[in-house]
Design a protein. Structure first.
Length: 166
């Protein structure tokens, strides 16, 4: 991913302000450059960037398995709100997909984005209008036909490059 990807993420933020969910998903496979692009976006705009896996694991460590499932959404909301920013960038969200936590990662992100803009790295693909995480058959696999989020993906960058080149 490139500076074009970071620019698309930044450009997406104003378009979400009138939406029910102010959620921008930077979609791409693992090691595709999402983290670098999000770091660029956060640094350029002064938005906080959170490592969700790290921050959640610190807060969930002392809880029982049941308490983790029940309290995860509230804890994530507290972590995000503590940033006191109208836009928060979330990276490393893989923990949200853990089966033992019994969460719906997209719904969690949508819930956070009701009162502020969330930009999140989504480790997966956008294929044929469907947002996916992991391959079918994988225990943590997810597929969303209508993600109700602004999607910025490698595919959208590639299609724009092709359409502007022609």
């Amino acid at each position: 991913m490139s500076g074009a990807f970071a620019r698309r993420i930044i450009d997406a933020v104003p378009t979400t302000q009138d939406r029910y969910y102010r959620l921008v998903l930077a979609v791409g496979p693992t090691r595709s450059g999402k983290t670098a692009s999000l770091a660029t976006v956060a640094e350029e705009r002064g938005w906080p960037k959170l490592n969700v896996n790290l921050r959640l694991s610190e807060r969930l460590l002392e809880l029982t398995q049941r308490q983790r499932r029940v309290r995860l959404a509230g804890i994530l909301d507290e972590i995000v709100r503590a940033e006191n920013s109208s836009v928060v960038v979330l990276d490393n969200i893989e923990m949200l997909f853990a089966r033992e936590l019994e969460q719906d990662p997209l719904r969690l992100l949508q819930s956070l984005s009701r009162n502020l803009t969330i930009i999140a790295a989504w480790p997966g693909t956008m294929d044929g209008g469907c947002l996916t995480y992991a391959e079918p058959g994988h225990p943590e696999a997810r597929r969303y036909a209508d993600p109700q989020a602004y999607i910025v993906s490698e595919e959208t960058i590639a299609s724009e490059v092709v359409s502007t080149a022609g």
